[in-house]
Design a protein around this ligand. Structure first.
Ligand code: 1CP
Length: 359
């Protein structure tokens, strides 16, 4: 028996029956919340916020104080791994993340090593432990990492990008060097996620934010294969409880079958995919998480309810759905609209779980 009082998320990710569809929101802690902005100001800068477990715990819990969410997600960032590798991360308001020491030349890639998470990333594990204590098993805690391809993209570019020209040049000009980088990052992601799981993360999610920029063949060889290796290396059970793993590739709708075949428990979908069609394509292999357009949250409460209802209807009756946005919530959203969404999902989803019909 799971000790967590509200374990709807864990059950839904494992395609077990639920009374209603669980909902959480990508980037649910963050800039759209005034209390987050206050804590961030108090911390001074973003990395201090991440590296101070008490503050990371505080902002993790903030959205749960406001909304009836069915999960907490660790407050941290995907770029903690490259920071721990020595790339020197800074995140400034309005500028996004920047690395002081990007890696571009083969010699720089050769020199990288996977950090020991108990050492260089101990602050994340301390945050996980503290959050679990403070959560008091109210809802499950999700741990996370970036995918190797997405992390490598930032490591090579040195910052966010629209085109990712440098990393794509490496992909086409020196695939051996890129594979070497991806292998080191993959080792590190496995160690990092396993350390989060042992520290108390009850589910994990891999964010492949930039996988959708690749050709199908490049996606398979430079992103999916490495995520598959991660799943093969993850601890999947702790004290007899399965620790579900979710893979999210933004722009990956055309590859859902292949993603489902990696052995993940659930596939995250962005909003460009019809979730009913995706369900038919993956069958009973995995659960699905998603997939409302984040921009719907700028619309009126009535429209938000309508869109939430439409996604629940497209998914249809039965288990295996975790409601979420198709990507992170945007900073300009009014927090009251999030309450509308969460309440709508709770209310409207009940009928899809009554006398469940077979798929
Ligand atoms: O509640 C939560 O989900 C907060 C925890 C969280 C997570 C899961 C943060 C805090 N970042 C992330 C993941 C993350 N970080 C991703 C994958 C998910 C996605 O696609 O949105 C990516 C790509 C990043 C990289 C990153 N970090 C960006 C995007 C840069 C770009 O290329 O556009 C940004 C702006 C950051 C900083 C950051 N991380 C998190 C927050 C709240 C912020 C904003 C910093 C601030 O307070 O100003």
């Amino acid at each position: 028996m799971n000790e967590t009082k509200n374990d709807l998320l864990l059950r839904a990710l494992l395609r077990k029956p639920v009374e209603r569809t669980p909902v959480w929101i990508m980037r649910q802690a963050g800039r759209y919340l005034p209390e987050y902005r206050n804590t961030r100001k108090r911390a001074g800068d973003f990395m201090t916020l991440c590296k101070t477990p008490e503050l990371a715990c505080e902002v993790t819990l903030q959205p749960l104080e406001r909304f009836e969410l069915d999960a907490a997600i660790l407050f941290s960032d995907i770029l903690t791994i490259p920071d721990a590798m020595g790339l020197g991360l800074s995140i400034h308001e309005g500028e996004g993340p920047i690395f002081a020491h990007p890696v571009r030349r083969p010699a720089q890639i050769e020199a990288l090593a996977a950090p020991d998470p108990e050492d260089a990333l101990r602050y994340v594990l301390d945050a996980v432990r503290l959050i679990r204590t403070e959560l008091k098993d109210r809802v499950p805690l999700i741990g996370f990492s970036g995918s190797p391809w997405t992390l490598a993209s930032y490591m090579v570019e040195g910052r966010g990008s629209k085109e990712f020209t440098l990393v794509k040049t490496l992909l086409y000009e020196n695939p051996v060097a890129l594979h070497k980088l991806l292998a080191t990052v993959t080792r590190s992601v496995i160690d990092y996620l396993n350390a989060q799981i042992l520290a108390g993360a009850q589910a994990v999610m891999i964010f492949d934010t930039w996988g959708g920029l690749l050709t199908t063949s490049a996606y398979e060889h430079f992103s999916l294969d490495y995520m598959h290796q991660i799943l093969d290396g993850l601890i999947r059970e702790v004290d007899g409880e399965r620790v579900p793993a979710v893979l999210f590739t933004k722009g990956g709708g055309q590859w859902v079958e292949r993603i489902a075949d990696t052995g993940c428990d659930a596939v995250g979908l962005d909003w460009t995919v019809d979730i009913g069609e995706a369900r038919r394509r993956v069958g009973k292999r995995v659960a699905l998480q998603g997939n409302m357009d984040p921009a719907v949250l700028y619309a009126s409460p009535d429209r938000i309810r309508e869109e939430a209802g439409a996604i629940l209807a497209r998914y249809g009756h039965g288990d295996g759905h975790v409601f979420n946005l198709g990507h992170g919530i945007q900073p300009g959203v009014d927090p009251d609209r999030v309450a509308v969404l969460v309440d709508a999902v709770h209310e409207l989803s009940v009928s899809y779980h009554r006398d469940q019909k077979p798929r």
